[in-house]
Design a protein around this ligand. Structure first.
Ligand code: 2AM
Ligand code: CA
Length: 261
């Protein structure tokens, strides 16, 4: 892919993520938003919807012939030349509870599930993670790389229980128990995009979570791949169900072995 084209898409994604980040922080400070329940333990606020409108509006101005897949508005006309995959606030529960770990996540892909550009913006920290294929991964302009932790016993893992699907809990917790027994410690931040970006930056080493949407992870995985990491989904990627395994690459096989018992 032509680097100039990637750069144009990256620049627009960064501008949209920054604008949406400011809008989310303003909404959080003014507390002018309402929380509604989409499904069990799955929430949305009007700030999520306003952010998605802002992001799609800015991108559409720059690329009128491209398609969108947003968490809140779903799939737009899918005949465009590229597809923008948007999570306008990832970590919505954190957002409305006043926990600062929420992000704006924007990816761009031509072939489905092969994101060429990814931007994850953490407005509370003013941390901008981004990558474009073949151009490396960055946080606030500084190159980032996955960790060199190869011994699982030293690994800092992210494992997230299936909080929307308790029917999967027994199998999940059996796998988490095996991961827990073999690693250093486990974290959970409440934003899949943030967790992927943190693995890309070497702050964490591995990740296991069931039943994510592609919009939760597309941008984070684009950044992770450019930072030298690895990601796949048990059962393959899909728009609505991704059982994701992500890592620094070095402990990837070990994570899979623990999941499959
Ligand atoms: P959200 O904050 O945008 O809803 C937390 O474990 C992760 O699960 C977050 O990235 C959260 O994204 C995501 N999540 C929550 N509800 C979801 C749903 N119905 N489908 C897919 N991902 C969801
Ligand atoms: Ca999300």
């Amino acid at each position: 892919m032509d680097q100039a084209i990637l750069r144009q898409h990256l620049d627009v994604a960064i501008a949209a993520a920054r604008a949406a980040g400011s809008q989310a922080i303003a909404a959080e400070m003014s507390k002018h938003f309402h929380v509604t329940t989409k499904h069990t333990n799955d929430f949305v606020t009007d700030a999520d919807k306003e952010n998605e409108k802002l992001i799609i509006g800015m991108i559409r101005k720059a690329f009128p012939d491209e398609s969108f897949f947003g968490e809140e508005s779903g799939e737009s006309d899918a005949s465009g030349t590229g597809r923008w995959v948007i999570d306008p606030i990832d970590g919505t529960t954190n957002f409305f509870r006043g926990v600062p770990d929420f992000v704006i996540s924007i990816a761009w892909e031509i072939e489905k599930y092969h994101p060429l550009v990814g931007v994850v913006y953490v407005p509370s920290q003013k941390e901008l993670f981004y990558a474009a294929e073949g151009m490396g991964a960055f946080c606030n302009g500084v190159p980032i790389h996955v960790s060199t932790v190869s011994d699982p016993k030293m690994a800092l893992m992210v494992c997230v229980p299936p909080h929307r699907h308790h029917a999967c809990a027994d199998a999940y917790f059996a796998a988490e128990r095996r991961l827990f027994d073999g690693c250093s410690d486990i974290r959970s931040f409440g934003s899949a995009a943030l967790e992927c970006a943190y693995i890309a930056a070497g702050r964490l080493d591995g990740y296991y979570e069931l039943l994510l949407g592609w919009y939760d992870i597309a941008a984070g995985l684009a950044i992770l791949r450019e930072a030298g990491g690895k990601a796949d989904c048990v059962g393959g990627f899909s728009d609505t169900r991704c059982d994701v395994v992500a890592s620094n690459g070095l402990i990837h096989d070990w994570i899979h072995q623990q999941i499959h018992g």
